[in-house]
Design a protein around this ligand. Structure first.
Ligand code: NAD
Ligand code: TDX
Length: 331
């Protein structure tokens, strides 16, 4: 099988490509990535000889069409992915997440190519802290930020292209990922690299917000199973029952990195900050038999800390510009 992986130089995409090369060696992989600030070709160094890399834009039909024509399946990770950036400048999110998805859908429609769409639990909005409910495939869409609204829009395009044009697509909506190769703008790597630099972690608001953490390798194993065995037209929610509030995440990092548990700062909150996400992954578990392999968040965090300590060459070039952006927001 030949798969086209968009956004394969980003956090989740690069881990996916590495996993496919490692665990499914018969697969031919082509990566299409624009190498925005969030993409780094070095994230593919361990598998560079085993794949083809194309630098290009998913919203450019002339680039996309021949690549899709050549592939048996497309796995679409490419996106603008950071909520804080979407509040500062929404247009790149509309362009890449909506126009980019539209461009790919038209190409897979022309060529009859299998398509898997990577999305997020943020399309469902947020839950109260004390609500026993979790997101299910039936939860109505209710996105809060420009980022989540453009992801919701892209999901709706996929559903329409399945129903109206018979495109062979599946969708997955996953919760917050952590692990190696995540950009230092995101919560966990930002705090780990701050602590390496002797800077106190920064919690938005009061730190009560809850995210449902999943290791990136568990997300990607689910994506592979959906690609191989998922029902066409279906939506699968991916999550590993990993709800933790942000304050606890920071306290755990402080403990793992040898600092007092209260050595963090509270900073101004993110506008529109979603309170809590929680995924019910019953369909994925029961229909496809998926189970997470990383069952201890603490152990997964410890391994992630070790990775950032060992791979300063990878993250250091992004650190100053990222912190300058946060400083301008007062966070
Ligand atoms: P990321 O920001 O780390 O990587 C995005 C990649 O897409 C980068 O390599 C970037 O260069 C590339 N890209 C951006 N615009 C492009 C364009 N126009 N054309 C081609 N390539 C382009 O993001 P990530 O965290 O790896 O997220 C990947 C996908 O997973 C996204 O669709 C995101 O919505 C989804 N997702 C992320 C999480 C999470 O916790 N990070 C959770 C659920 C779903
Ligand atoms: O310095 C920080 N301090 C802080 O308290 C940062 C960067 C974040 N936070 C909080 C905000 C969130 O409650 O931590 C939580 C996680 O923040 P992010 O890493 O920005 O992730 P989030 O906004 O939850 O979105 C992520 O998960 C869903 C990904 O970035 C999305 O791409 C994915 O769809």
């Amino acid at each position: 099988m030949h798969i086209l992986v968009t956004g394969g130089a980003g956090f989740i995409g690069a881990n996916f490509v590495q996993q496919v090369v490692r665990e499914h060696p018969g697969t031919k992989v082509t990566v299409l990535d624009a190498l925005t600030y969030a993409g780094d070709e070095h994230s593919l160094d361990p598998v560079a000889d085993a794949i083809t890399f194309v630098k290009g834009d998913v919203a450019d039909a002339d680039t996309v069409d021949p690549l899709v024509a050549d592939a048996d399946a497309v796995v679409h990770f490419a996106a603008e992915s950071h909520n804080d950036n979407s509040l500062a400048e929404p247009w790149p999110f509309v362009r890449t997440n909506i126009v980019g998805t539209y461009t790919l859908l038209e190409a897979v429609r022309r060529h009859g190519t299998r398509y898997h769409h990577i999305s997020t639990d943020e399309v469902y909005g947020d839950l109260e802290l004390d609500d026993p409910a979790k997101f299910t495939p039936e939860t109505p869409y209710n996105p809060s930020s420009p980022y989540s609204a453009t992801k919701a829009g892209s999901d709706m395009l996929v559903r329409a292209w399945v129903r109206s044009f018979g495109v062979a697509a599946t969708i997955s909506n996953c919760s917050n990922n952590y692990g190696p190769y995540q950009h230092v703008e995101k919560f966990i790597p930002r705090q780990i690299t701050n602590l390496i630099d002797g800077v106190r972690p920064k919690l938005y608001g009061t730190g009560q917000n809850v995210r449902d953490w999943i290791h990136v390798d568990d997300h990607n194993a689910a994506v592979w199973q959906i690609l191989a065995q998922g029902r066409i037209g279906e939506t699968y929610l991916i999550g590993a029952d990993g709800e933790v509030d942000n304050k606890t995440v920071v306290e755990t990092l402080l403990e793992l990195m040898g600092q007092p548990a209260d050595a963090y700062d509270l900073v101004s909150d993110r506008p529109g900050h979603d309170l809590r996400y929680a995924i019910d992954a019953t369909r994925l578990r029961e229909e496809l038999g998926w189970e997470p392999r990383y069952t201890s968040f603490r152990d997964g965090l410890a391994a992630t800390v070790a990775w950032y300590r060992a791979n300063e060459d990878w993250w250091r070039p992004q650190k100053d510009a990222t912190e300058a952006k946060y400083a301008s927001l007062g966070r």
